[in-house]
Design a protein around this ligand. Structure first.
Ligand SMILES: Nc1ncnc2c1ncn2[C@@H]1O[C@H](COP(=O)(O)OP(=O)(O)OP(=O)(O)O)[C@@H](O)[C@H]1O
Ligand SMILES: [Mg+2]
Length: 363
C-alpha cells in the first residue's frame, strides 16, 4: 500500500510555473487516491502555458516515482476550458497589491512604503515590496540591503529572481540588480520590461500584501504596472501643503480614469508637523496643515494617518534603520495605526468592489 503522505510530499517538490508555489500549495492537485501500487490524481493545468504542461506532468510523475519506486502514476490533466470565468493568473498567490503614489517627488513615498510594510510584518502579515522607482531606487538603502544580490532559481528552464528578505519583508529593487548609478540609462520599453520582470519573473511567496513604491507623477511605470497586474488599490502620499495636494490630485486622477479604474484606498499625510529632537512636546506645522484631509475629501476616500517629521526618519532612511522598528520612536505608533487603517480599507474595498482587472490600453 502506498503512503499518501509520501505522494503529497513528492508533489510538494514540483513547482507550478504560474504562481511559483508547489503544486499542492497552488491547489492544482485533486482526486488524489492510491490503489495497490497505483497513484491517481487530477492536475489542473488551466493556467499553465501549453509548452510547460508536459514538463509539469513529467516532473510530477518523476518526483513520485523517485520517492516511491515501483509506483504507477496516472495523472489526468484537466483544464477549465475557454468558457470558464477568467482566473487571476498574475500573482495568484498574492492577496492584495497596493501601489503607493504621489504627485510631487520627495514627499516620502518610499519612507512611508517601507515603514507601513514593516508595520504590517510586525502585525504578523506576509508582506513584499517592489521598488518601482527605476530611476532613483531607494529601498535597498532604506532596508540596509544595498550591495546584496538576489538569488536566481531556475524554474522549467527560465531564470527567476528570488526577492531579498530584510526584517521579514521580501523586497526587490533595480538597485539590487544593477549599480544604482546605471539605472538612469533605462528608457521607455526597458523600464516596462523591468517592471514586468519584478512581477512575472520573481519568485514571490504567498503574500497578504505586496506594496509597490512608485516614482512620483504619472508615467510609463504607472501605466505598465496597471497593465501587468491587477492592482487592488492605491495609497496617495502627500505633504500638508497646497502645491503637493494639487499635484497629488493629478496623479490620483490617472488611477481613476474609467479604463484604468483602480480604487484609492486612502491618503497618508507625511511631514504633517515637525517634532524637534530636543523638544519632543513641540509641533511645528512647517508645511501648513489640512492637505491630507482635503485630498481625502476630494475623492471621498479617507485619511489613513499622519506622520510627523523627525530627524530620526531621515537618518534611519539613510542608514537602513526603519523607524517603525525602533522602540520608543515618535513614528512607531503612527505607522502602526496607518497599517491598521489600511487593512480596514482594503477589506472594505474587497467587499464592495469586484477585483481590479488588468488594464488593456488598446480598449
Ligand atoms: N516624516 C519624515 N521625517 C523626516 N524625514 C523624512 C520624512 N519622510 C521622508 N523623509 C526624508 O525625506 C526624503 C525623501 O523621502 P522619500 O525618499 O521617502 O520620498 P519619495 O516620495 O519616495 O521621493 P522620490 O519622489 O524621490 O521617490 C528622504 O531623505 C527621507 O528620509
Ligand atoms: Mg521614492
Amino acid at each position: 500500500m502506498i503512503d499518501l503522505n509520501k505522494v503529497v510530499s513528492s508533489l510538494q517538490t514540483v513547482i507550478d510555473p504560474n504562481s511559483n508555489l508547489d503544486l499542492v500549495k497552488a491547489k492544482l492537485i485533486s482526486q488524489l487516491k492510491t490503489e495497490g501500487n497505483n497513484v491517481f490524481f487530477e492536475l489542473d493545468v488551466t493556467n499553465i502555458g501549453g509548452d510547460l504542461r508536459q514538463q509539469v506532468f513529467m516532473s510530477a510523475q518523476t518526483a513520485i516515482k523517485e520517492t516511491i519506486p515501483g509506483a504507477e502514476v496516472h495523472i489526468h490533466m484537466k483544464s477549465a476550458g475557454p468558457n470558464a470565468p477568467a482566473a487571476n493568473t498574475v500573482l495568484p498567490q498574492v492577496k492584495n497589491i497596493i501601489a503607493v503614489a504621489s504627485g510631487k517627488g520627495g514627499v516620502g513615498k518610499s519612507t512611508v512604503s517601507v515603514n507601513t510594510a514593516l508595520a504590517l510584518v510586525q502585525k504578523g502579515y506576509k508582506v513584499g515590496i517592489i521598488d518601482a522607482d527605476l530611476y532613483g531606487p531607494s529601498i535597498p538603502t532604506m532596508l540596509n540591503i544595498q550591495g546584496e544580490r538576489p538569488k536566481i532559481q531556475e524554474v522549467y528552464g527560465k531564470h527567476k529572481i528570488i526577492p531579498v528578505e530584510a526584517f521579514g519583508l521580501y523586497a526587490i529593487s533595480i538597485g539590487l540588480i544593477i549599480e544604482p548609478e546605471k539605472a538612469v540609462v533605462l528608457r521607455g520599453p526597458r523600464l516596462s520590461g523591468v517592471i514586468k520582470q519584478f512581477i512575472n519573473d520573481c519568485v514571490w511567496p504567498e503574500l497578504d500584501y505586496l506594496i509597490i513604491d512608485l516614482p512620483p507623477g504619472t508615467g510609463d511605470i504607472q501605466l505598465t504596472l496597471v497593465q501587468t497586474v491587477p492592482v487592488t488599490g492605491v495609497v496617495m502620499v502627500t505633504t500638508p501643503q497646497k502645491v503637493a495636494v494639487i499635484d497629488a490630485v493629478k496623479a490620483m486622477n490617472m488611477f481613476l480614469l474609467s479604463n484604468i479604474n483602480v480604487p484609492i484606498l486612502g491618503i497618508i499625510e507625511n511631514m504633517s508637523w515637525f517634532i524637534p529632537e530636543d523638544a519632543p512636546d513641540k509641533q511645528y506645522k512647517i508645511f501648513g496643515e489640512g492637505g491630507g484631509q482635503e485630498l481625502a475629501n476630494m475623492n471621498k476616500s479617507v485619511l489613513l494617518g499622519q506622520v510627523p517629521m523627525i530627524q530620526a526618519i531621515r537618518e534611519g532612511g539613510d542608514t537602513g534603520k526603519p523607524q517603525v522598528l525602533v522602540e520608543g520612536s515618535h513614528v512607531k505608533s503612527s505607522f502602526s495605526s496607518i497599517a491598521d487603517e489600511l487593512i480596514v480599507q482594503v477589506e472594505k474595498r474587497n467587499q464592495n468592489n469586484s477585483p481590479t482587472q488588468i488594464v488593456n490600453v488598446s480598449k
